[in-house]
Design a protein around this ligand. Structure first.
Ligand SMILES: [Zn+2]
Length: 88
């Protein structure tokens, strides 16, 4: 009886370990308990990566902002018939 219980507990632990490995490596789900791989200061969440990482802010966020501003400027200029060329 005791041996059966121990075997069941070991099997449950092995299943939990396999699920963690699958979630992290195969499904590529980020572990929110891990720190950001860029700055190492905050949890690596979607919110942190897309808007709050101090390492990404001076480059990627500025580039993303500039890209959106270019699109908006182009569309406004087209709407106001200030330009004929619709190439980006
Ligand atoms: Zn970060």
């Amino acid at each position: 009886m005791l041996i059966t219980t121990v075997v069941i507990i070991i099997i449950i632990i092995i299943i939990i370990i396999i699920i963690i490995i699958i979630k992290k490596n195969i499904l590529k789900q980020p572990n929110t308990e891990e720190l950001c791989r860029r700055c190492g200061k905050e949890s690596e969440t979607i919110q942190h990566i897309t808007a709050a990482c101090e390492q990404i802010a001076p480059t990627e966020y500025v580039r993303r902002h500039g890209g959106l501003a270019r699109i908006i400027h182009q569309k406004l200029a087209e709407a106001a018939e200030l330009i004929d060329d619709k190439s980006p």
